[in-house]
Design a protein around this ligand. Structure first.
Ligand SMILES: [Zn+2]
Length: 415
């Protein structure tokens, strides 16, 4: 027998996959915020302008929403509230059916994710809308004007809204509540008063913080602050954005809330649009270290649209990453296999306890007869992909040898 030849043959036998990847893990799934509004819910929506080819929808519904609010009677208010609760129930149930572990209320009460809050802030005037270029000239939008010092006017109770949404969820399911962050708010209003982004953001952070504390006191476990502008302006983000974000979470009793932030690169005006000016994903690398040492427990980033170099995840050493695994502006239904293999790839750079799964951004674009049915297919596939993800135990072992216990994510500092 030619032992050298036989030994060579043995070496060439490929190891069975099951022998390499002995472990599989179930990753938690969530969504980012918006869900398409049902047709019966008569709230103007910035995703729906009636012209599906129109890019840059932000603020398109500003006037329509103002007019709706102004013309409301007691009766129409009651009807609207009934419809909101019906919609919340339906779409939380839909998300759960798709397999989402942590759903949102779909932001169905809002005309868009950020201006809704602004309507209850003294010093922000909706009677004087301005058309301006936003998101580093990605598109123009009609925005309200800052005409004086900003302070909380009242009239909106976020904690109460969350309680109502939570009551629509099945037992054991925690509903996440989302709020816009100070830097994104600054980038979504026309400032005719402060002329000082840092000071305006600081005052807005106090307003957001009030809502956050009330939500925490009401028992909301998942609070997410949306800061898409971080990726557009990484230098400003490092100069004051992260600090203001931390101020939003200040004072929450330790261990009661998962402090989450969402940082995306923006979405187009219609499904499958490719000529849209997204933020440069290199911003993620610039910002990650600052977020990692901040009080934020979980950072949501895009990956489905932009396929990052996943070594990016190594920059998060203490913070959970919510990886965008489903493209929210594409009509292509991603398969379970392709999404799961991307997650397996991610687990080479971050331990399973710190990886969560979500779509890239809000789901409002995938609506109507043309796209509505695709949304559920895509979301179901994403949730299936998140369960039974293979990972190499050696990675976890290495970190455990280094003194890191991977069964629980490391503790973050208090805000
Ligand atoms: Zn987003």
């Amino acid at each position: 027998m030619n032992w050298a030849k036989e030994f060579g043959t043995l070496l060439r036998i490929p190891l069975k996959k099951s022998l390499i990847n002995k472990n599989v893990v179930d990753l938690k799934t969530t969504v980012i915020g918006a869900y398409p509004k049902p047709a019966y819910l008569k709230i103007p929506d910035f995703f729906n302008t009636g012209d599906e080819k129109k890019a840059g929808l932000l603020g398109a519904s500003l006037k329509a929403y103002s007019e709706m609010m102004a013309s409301q009677t007691d009766e129409s208010k009651q009807q609207l509230e009934k419809d909101v609760i019906r919609a919340s129930k339906e779409l939380i149930a839909k998300q759960c059916q798709c397999g989402v572990d942590i759903p949102t209320d779909g932001e169905v009460r809002r005309e868009n994710y950020l201006h809704y809050l602004c309507r209850f802030i003294e010093g922000i005037d909706f009677e004087k809308p301005k058309e301006m270029s936003v998101r580093n000239n990605a598109y123009t939008a009609v925005v309200p004007t800052v005409t004086g010092e900003v302070s909380w006017r009242g009239g909106l109770d976020c904690a109460e809204e969350w309680k109502k949404a939570q009551a629509c969820a099945p037992a054991g399911c925690d509903v996440k509540y989302t709020l816009p962050g100070p830097m994104t708010l600054v980038g979504s209003v026309f400032d005719a008063h402060y002329k000082d982004d840092v000071r305006l953001a600081g005052d807005l952070a106090k307003i957001v913080n009030k809502q956050v504390l009330e939500l925490a006191a009401a028992g909301c476990k998942y609070i997410q602050i949306d800061e898409p502008v971080f990726a557009r302006k990484p230098e400003d983000c490092l100069r004051y954005g992260v600090r203001c974000l931390e101020e939003c979470f200040a004072g929450i009793p330790e261990g009661t809330v998962e402090r989450t932030m969402h940082m995306c690169c923006g979405y187009p005006g219609h499904v499958d649009q490719t000529d849209f000016l997204k933020a440069d994903t290199s911003a993620y690398r610039k910002i990650a270290p600052a977020l990692d040492v901040s009080c934020v427990d979980a950072v949501s980033i895009e990956d489905a649209w932009c396929t990052n170099d996943l070594s990016l995840l190594r920059l998060f050493t203490k913070t959970k990453v919510i990886l965008g695994t489903m493209n929210v502006s594409s009509s292509k239904v991603e398969t379970v296999e392709e999404m799961r293999s991307r997650l397996a790839e991610a687990l080479k750079y971050i331990e399973p306890a710190r990886l969560m799964v979500a779509p890239d951004c809000g789901l409002g674009l995938l609506q109507g007869e043309k796209y509505g049915h695709l949304l559920e297919q895509k979301l179901t596939n994403m949730c299936r992909a998140a369960k039974g993800v293979p990972f190499c135990a050696a990675f976890s072992k290495k970190r455990t040898c280094e003194g890191q216990d991977d069964s629980q994510p490391p503790k973050k500092k208090a805000a």
